[in-house]
Design a protein around this ligand. Structure first.
Ligand SMILES: [Zn+2]
Length: 148
């Protein structure tokens, strides 16, 4: 087996039978910015404030910032781990603590494992009540969970 990494349409050959591809997002902890002036905003007890102008927006008629969520500000990392020895592929998406991530793994059970699952594919994924979860999740409906 060989794997090919493609970034924005450009392919690169991976030479190892194990591959760990990671994307790390940076840009601070801000989750909102002002739709009028573009400044990153921090939520305080009084409302949203920017580091430069506080709670006063230099471009707004009513002097208040207009907070809007920063797209993808909630994601910290995304990684793919391909492990030929384990016959598994894991997708890891980190949204909080940078030391962890939600992990979704598809793995083939070895033929010599015995039992009904030998040679079958299984999926491991986060679930409510998991020990040491990346974030607590609650099932909304089968296969869909609310985070937090
Ligand atoms: Zn503003």
């Amino acid at each position: 087996m060989y794997a090919t990494l493609s970034v924005d349409g450009y392919e690169t050959q991976l030479t190892d039978d194990e591959a760990h591809i990671a994307v790390t997002f940076s840009g601070g902890d801000a989750t909102h910015r002002c739709a009028d002036c573009g400044e990153e905003l921090t939520e305080t007890a009084q409302g949203y404030e920017s580091e430069l102008t506080g709670d006063t927006c230099p471009r707004s008629d009513d002097d208040a910032h207009d907070p809007e969520p920063i797209p993808l500000s909630w994601v910290k990392s995304a990684a793919i781990l391909v492990d030929e020895g384990e016959e598994s592929v894991t997708l890891a998406i980190g949204i909080g603590d940078p030391r962890g991530a939600f992990c979704f793994t598809v793995r083939r059970i070895p033929d010599d494992a015995g039992g009904d699952l030998a040679g079958r594919l299984v999926i491991h994924m986060p679930y409510p009540g998991e020990t040491l979860p990346h974030q607590v999740i609650t099932e909304l409906r089968p296969g869909t969970f609310v985070v937090g």
